[in-house]
Design a protein around this ligand. Structure first.
Ligand SMILES: Cc1ncc(COP(=O)(O)O)c(C=O)c1O
Length: 389
């Protein structure tokens, strides 16, 4: 049933409760608000949670993605293979290195990079692959790692959506060269802004730690503490990318309720799947057998050949009904910087472009009530059936 909501349903809002607030206040009162004990505790906890040897907390996934490429020793002119169906940060960080982004088209059902098409893009200059676990669906990592081993390529997984994504039974972040997570406001764990680089490689961890804190020698974060020393060295010209304790305070309470939040996401997804699998004109997300989805995003695909409206009109109609909606993502290769500087153009990645035209991301977050979910289902169903050929 269609009804215009009285209030606007935001596309995404974090679940911040009294425990989160109290933990942040506790940090403010403690006097240690920069990188300190809570950040260190979160690093240990996150490493243990995913099963990685090291976890280095940063102020964003973007920072982690950039630091990963630095730690891997990517040089200007190197080629880095990735997907265009991602947020710009994945590709901007490649450009910051002076490296050249090389896009591989997607699997049009999952939206992830098509692992079977990577090898044909490899040249002598290829040095790394940055696969994106798009929406929280894992990429086919066995295939990607096999290619990486064959050509000696570094793999930095963009795991911005992948807190709680499994690949063949393992959490993302446990295996491989490194993975970069996001704790941005809308993500499955929210620290406001925040990120984490996990790795099993001591060399990558050491470099990432140093580079994300000015390039200072390892123990310098604690130089104002009792056991710290005023003396430090600069080993590289690094960056100020570290997480700090106000963020880590939120991480602690968010981790405590991660299971609960995931269960709510799954309930909403199953309500959406039940409803939309019966609606002619849309396709529900496809989940391959090798992954457990984190359900960071719920991307519905419109079957445009069956409809009298396009995706943009669909969004307008949802907004008119007071429901926030989004699109993940506008392909990066079609952004003006990438067109102007690399000569990318429409037609370069036909499956990515076709997919983009058909997708909408529906509201999906633990704070949604059953009425909110019913409103989304009712409105989508109404719009699709009323604009069917
Ligand atoms: C696929 C992807 N990669 C990277 C990022 C960057 O994450 P952050 O905002 O933590 O820097 C995002 C952010 O939404 C993303 O969606």
């Amino acid at each position: 049933m269609y009804k215009k909501r009285d209030t606007f349903l935001p596309y995404a809002i974090p679940l911040i409760d009294e425990n989160d607030i109290n933990e942040v206040v506790d940090t403010l009162k403690s006097g240690w608000v920069a990188k300190g004990p809570k950040t260190m505790e979160f690093e240990k906890r996150f490493a243990a949670y995913v099963g990685a040897k090291h976890a280095i907390a940063m102020n964003s996934a973007t920072a982690a993605l950039y630091i990963a490429l630095i730690a891997a020793g990517i040089k200007p002119g190197d080629e880095v293979i990735t997907t265009s169906m991602t947020f710009a940060a994945t590709v901007n960080t490649i450009v910051h290195m002076g490296a050249i982004p090389v896009f591989v088209d997607i699997d049009p059902e999952t939206g992830c990079i098509d692992a079977d098409k990577i090898e044909e893009k490899i040249t002598k200059k290829t040095k790394a692959i940055v696969p994106v676990h798009y929406t929280g669906h894992a990429c086919d990592m066995d295939k990607i790692r096999t290619i990486a081993e064959k050509y000696n390529l570094f793999v930095s997984e963009d795991a911005a959506h992948a807190v709680e994504t499994f690949y063949k039974g393992d959490l993302i972040g446990k295996k491989g060269d490194c993975a970069c997570f996001s704790f941005y406001a809308t993500k499955n764990i929210c620290t406001g802004e925040g990120g984490m680089l996990t790795t099993n490689r001591d060399d990558i961890a050491e470099k990432a730690r140093v580079m994300s804190l000015h390039g200072m020698s390892k123990a310098a974060w604690n130089r104002y503490g009792k056991s710290g020393s005023w003396r430090y060295d600069i080993e590289y010209p690094g960056f100020k990318y570290n997480m700090f304790d106000i963020q880590a305070a939120l991480a602690k309470t968010q981790m405590n309720k991660l299971n609960e939040m995931q269960n709510r996401r799954k309930e909403i997804v199953s309500a959406y799947n039940d409803a939309f699998s019966k609606v002619d004109g849309v396709k529900i997300p496809v989940v391959r057998s090798y992954t457990t989805h984190s359900w960071h995003l719920y991307v519905l695909r419109l079957e445009l050949d069956k409809l009298t409206i396009d995706r943009d009109r669909f969004i307008e109609l949802m907004n008119e009904a007071n429901i926030g909606i989004s699109v993940h993502f506008i392909p990066v290769h079609l952004m003006s910087y990438y067109r102007n500087n690399y000569g990318f153009k429409e037609g370069d990645l036909p499956l990515t472009e076709k997919y983009f035209d058909s997708i909408v991301s529906l509201p999906l977050y633990p704070k949604m009530t059953n009425d909110d979910v019913a409103d989304v289902i009712g409105t989508v169903t109404y719009i699709i059936s009323n604009n069917h050929k």
